[in-house]
Ligand binder design. Structure first.
Ligand code: ZN
Length: 504
């Protein structure tokens, strides 16, 4: 009797996530797992997807998201799943979901209208996702900024011994709950007040667990190299893997520095340290306007604490992304608003920030050569850093990151082979973050899958019109359940909270 499957994806060009070149295969699914990579043509199956001429890859793992609350407020996660993302790593840039009260402060900045339930610690958050699952899987990082805020408010000093113990307790709770690591946001309040020793002390609690340290570094401008050294130092002293978030050189004066930062990563890897980075494939970044102001944008006095890359921004390079109370400002640059409001740049920015709390901006501060150099480097995986501040005009990376790497950078510009690009968004992140049985297409792995047309895949969102799903992505499966069919969301929400396994 022929083997039976719940679903067979037939005649696909299989990119299995290891970096191996594509090969034609029939993939059989049973339950939530991949059961066979050589399902016979006569296999019995209740459903068949004919994927002749199409690529089949592991579902994309977005290692750098801010979807912590979107997975609750907008659980269909259309902006990710329609782009082929099946797992979101949340809790980046020092912003975490626990302790709850501190987490809510930034939740409300992104989702001012959302009604969010209360949860107890990381365990409570993950349990909530189990009860009310989103369409994607969720892996959580602990946010250092949130746990610091919760412990010592916005104090601009080192923690006392007892405060440090309290922070360590939160880290332990998160690790026990299954968090995959600790993130910092060393440009943001209050993370910027943490010295290296404080971060090492907290990261040391993870030694031996395989949880990693992810960091939005202190300075992505002229101080990039010092910042990368600090990140590596934390990894070395704490004995943990390091993930450099959204690797870039920001600000004209810093362009080209990524050659040195990439060399530093190589050097650290050569010493046996586990150091990687992630990247979104655009020459513009995005953050809160408040953070930009904090670092002295448009002011004659320059930035605080030597933060560079932001104080030399031009008003035309800073564009309002989402301003919930003043949508008419969205899509306009500070330069345009200077004319409209008849004020100098700094006053415009302060006025906008005060009038519409939580306002986010798109910053056109990078160069294409650096984007390519970082993407080409084998230490780089893909992470969108998308801010799910919908509606408005969020940075188009929220929807388009993975399709843009595959379509523009791999296919059109030939910067990467297709199999290498797939590896950077599947197998490599799964291995680095310890996402067991994910990121690879092999028998026994979870059936997180994406079927796309390698000739057509492309991001379609623009800065003017960002909320658009990419072209060429047809079918997406999460834990064996189809969430996207013929480019349309099925309404299914089979995502799971992932938990770090103690032995991986
Ligand atoms: Zn960040």
């Amino acid at each position: 009797m022929a083997e039976s499957f719940d679903l067979v994806i037939r005649s696909a060009i299989l990119y299995d996530g290891t970096g191996a070149p594509g090969r034609v295969a029939n993939v059989g699914l049973r339950g939530d797992r991949i059961a066979s990579l050589s399902a016979p043509a006569e296999a019995r199956s209740s459903a068949v997807v004919n994927a002749k001429g199409l690529a089949l890859a592991p579902g994309f793992i977005d290692v750098h998201t801010h979807d912590d609350f979107a997975v609750i407020a907008r659980p269909e996660m259309d902006f990710k799943i329609l782009g082929g993302v099946t797992t979101c790593v949340v809790g980046n840039c020092g912003m975490g979901v626990a302790p709850w009260r501190a987490g809510m402060l930034w939740a409300l900045a992104i989702h001012p209208q959302a009604k969010l339930p209360e949860w107890q610690g990381y365990a409570g958050y993950l349990a909530h996702l189990e009860r009310e699952p989103p369409s994607t899987n969720v892996a959580v990082l602990m946010g250092h900024g949130t746990l610091r805020l919760s412990t010592m408010g916005n104090a601009q000093r080192a923690p006392t011994l007892s405060e440090l113990v309290q922070m360590k307790d939160i880290v332990h709770e998160g690790l026990d709950a299954g968090a995959f690591g600790l993130s910092t946001g060393l440009v943001y309040e209050p993370g910027r007040y943490a010295a290296t020793d404080e971060i090492v002390a907290l990261a040391t609690e993870m030694t031996g667990t395989r949880a990693l340290y992810a960091t939005h570094m202190r300075d992505e401008g002229l101080g990039l190299i010092t910042s990368v050294r600090e990140a590596i130092e934390v990894g070395r002293r704490a004995g943990v893997a390091v993930q450099i978030s959204h690797h870039k050189a920001s600000g004209r004066k810093a362009w080209g520095l990524v050659r040195q930062s990439l060399a530093l990563i190589e050097q650290a890897q050569g010493e046996g340290l586990d150091v990687h980075a992630d990247q979104y494939p655009y020459t513009a970044g995005s953050t809160s306007l408040a953070a930009v102001l904090q670092h002295g944008a448009f002011s004659t006095e320059g930035g605080q604490q030597g933060i560079s890359g932001r104080e030399d921004m031009e008003p035309s390079e800073v564009v309002i992304a989402t301003a919930s109370r003043h949508p008419k400002w969205e899509g306009r640059s500070v330069a345009e608003l200077m004319t409209l409001l008849s004020k100098p740049a700094r006053e415009v920015a302060e006025y906008v920030a005060a009038a519409s709390p939580g306002v986010t901006v798109v910053l056109h501060t990078m160069c294409e050569d650096d984007v390519k150099a970082v993407m080409h480097h084998p230490s780089t995986m893909i992470g969108s850093d998308g801010i799910p501040a919908l509606p408005g005009k969020p940075h188009p990376r929220l929807w388009g990151t993975f399709a843009r790497v595959l379509g523009r950078y791999a296919r059109d510009l030939r910067l990467l082979t297709l199999e290498d690009a797939v590896w950077r968004m599947t197998g490599l992140p799964a291995r680095t973050f310890g996402l067991r049985d994910r990121g690879l297409i092999r028998e026994g792995a979870f059936a997180d899958l994406v079927v796309f047309d390698p000739a057509r895949i492309l991001d379609l969102g623009t800065y003017e019109n960002p909320n658009v799903s990419p072209a060429g992505i047809y079918h997406v499966f999460v834990n064996g359940t189809q969430v996207v069919r013929d480019g349309q969301h099925t309404g299914a929400r089979p995502g799971r909270p992932l938990r770090r396994a103690a032995d991986t």
